[in-house]
Design a protein around this ligand. Sequence first.
Ligand SMILES: [Zn+2]
Length: 79
Amino acid sequence: MRKVDKLGRIVIPRELRKKYGLNEGTAVEFQDSGFGVTIRAQNCFCRICNRPVTGAEALPLCNGCIMKAVMMYEKEKNG
Ligand SMILES: [Zn+2]
């Protein structure tokens, strides 16, 4: 359990920061689901399938979707 401090801040557990690429300076947005609050790093979810992007990728796409795009491109190119 984490406690919110008097300025409304909380510490995000290290393992979650690592998993979702929440590094220092990462812009995040808060979403009110009606049941709680979801914190999402901007550009941290694949634009196609919405899977979390680790941050290692240069594009806001997961490796799976990047591979699919590359395969489609290759198929197109080779007729
Ligand atoms: Zn994807």
